[in-house]
Design a protein. Structure first.
Length: 55
């Protein structure tokens, strides 16, 4: 295995992992309903209403 083979394997793995991340993000956004209005569906993502002046 020479240097060009190693370079090919590294580039191939980078492209494969990038494609996997893109597909996973696409599937997650489709499952959420596609309404990406800045509000995530999870309780830890906010947005927090800390500007109510009670502190």
């Amino acid at each position: 295995m020479n240097q060009s083979d190693v370079l090919f394997l590294v580039v191939f793995l980078i492209l494969l992992s990038t494609l996997t991340v893109i597909i996973v993000q696409f599937v997650r956004s489709r499952r959420r309903g596609g309404s990406d209005d800045g509000r995530g569906g999870n309780w830890w993502e906010g947005p927090w209403d800390e500007g109510d002046g009670k502190r």
